[in-house]
Design a binder for this molecule. Structure first.
Ligand SMILES: CCCC/C=C/CC(=O)SCCNC(=O)CCNC(=O)[C@H](O)C(C)(C)COP(=O)(O)OP(=O)(O)OC[C@H]1O[C@@H](n2cnc3c(N)ncnc32)[C@H](O)[C@@H]1OP(=O)(O)O
Length: 287
């Protein structure tokens, strides 16, 4: 039987005072700070929309590794962009890609999802704005999500972009929302406002603004204050092991499938149109 007791975590190295790690140039895509309680804020700051390119994904991944090494209590993934959590995968990485870079991109995406999903620390997201496709996948890989009410939307709109969701993506969503809700969400590419996302289990709480969303994440992380970190991690990972093992087993195939989808001329034609429509929207808005 596990003995649950109040533990004094080894946060001294990280929590003596609020620390910023964003001064190093390779860290400029995220602002990373740790408060005196050992809770880290990993704030994406790849303007304008935090689209996930190789560098941003690697930076988030490395930040989480650092926080694990430092035995942080938990992390909150958030965004510096007002009204946007992240626009998902960087469409420019997918548009007429260089094959070597596309392979690196796919690997970085897999590494990030596995790092977050299998992280030893408590992982949360404060979602204050749009969180589509790849960004929704990233959020789903975390332990907890709070999302602001209002204009923010979250969902896996892969089918709308012309990407049939991979089995692992569907599995990840099913673990959180169940089979029926996942089927509806994936086939329709529905983008959920916070209240609807809460109803289907896509997010855990609705917040009134970003500050409230961050506070809710902190409160969630602190729920574990009375649980031994090693026991919590062991329990989490044993419950997630099936997904991780299956992913590692099929990783090469997932890579091939993703690369085949992206390099398919029909997908590239659709992407041309999609990117033009994004640019057009901007032109129309400016007119
Ligand atoms: C784990 C992976 C498995 C799942 C695979 C997932 C694949 C994907 O993630 S594909 C990406 C899906 N994302 C989208 O479809 C979002 C598209 N973007 C939008 O709907 C809107 O841009 C927005 C709601 C995010 C923001 O709207 P807003 O009006 O504030 O800004 P815009 O003027 O539209 O955009 C500003 C600027 O950013 C460019 N941009 C937008 N999204 C992306 C993106 N995903 N990748 C690259 N660039 C993006 C947009 O074209 C504008 O660029 P310019 O300033 O140069 O015109």
């Amino acid at each position: 039987m596990f003995h649950l007791r109040k533990v004094s975590r080894d946060v001294a190295r990280v929590a003596v005072k609020t620390r910023r790690l964003s001064s190093a140039p390779e860290r400029s895509l995220v602002d990373l700070s740790v408060d005196k309680e050992g809770i880290a804020i990993v704030q994406m700051q790849r303007a304008p929309v935090n689209s996930l390119n190789i560098e941003l994904m690697r930076t988030i991944c490395d930040s989480v590794s650092d926080l694990e090494k430092d035995k942080c209590k938990g992390m909150i993934l958030t965004s510096a962009s007002p009204n946007i959590f992240s626009a998902g995968m960087d469409l420019m990485e997918l548009h007429n890609p260089d094959m070597k870079r596309l392979e690196e991109f796919s690997k970085s995406m897999f590494d990030l999802v596995l790092k977050l999903f299998g992280s030893k620390i408590v992982t949360t997201a404060a979602i204050d704005g749009y969180s589509g496709a790849g960004a929704c996948v990233v959020a789903l890989a975390l332990d907890y999500r709070s999302m602001t009410a209002g204009k923010a939307r979250i969902g896996l709109n892969d089918t709308a972009v012309g990407i049939p969701p991979a089995k692992w993506v569907a599995d990840l969503m099913t673990r959180t929302m169940g089979q029926r809700n996942t089927e509806l969400a994936l086939t329709s590419s529905f983008m959920f406002p916070a209240e609807r996302a809460l109803q289907v289990g896509l997010v855990d709480e609705v917040a009134k603004d970003k500050e409230d969303a961050v506070e809710r994440c902190k409160k969630f992380i602190k729920l574990y204050d009375n649980i031994l970190p090693a026991v919590r991690t062991h329990t989490k990972l044993s419950l997630r092991q099936d997904f991780i093992v299956e992913f590692e087993k099929n990783r090469e195939q997932y890579l091939k499938d993703f690369m085949n989808t992206i390099t398919n001329p029909a997908f590239q034609n659709g992407l041309d149109i999609y990117i033009s429509s994004l640019k057009q929207k901007k032109v129309k808005a400016a007119a």
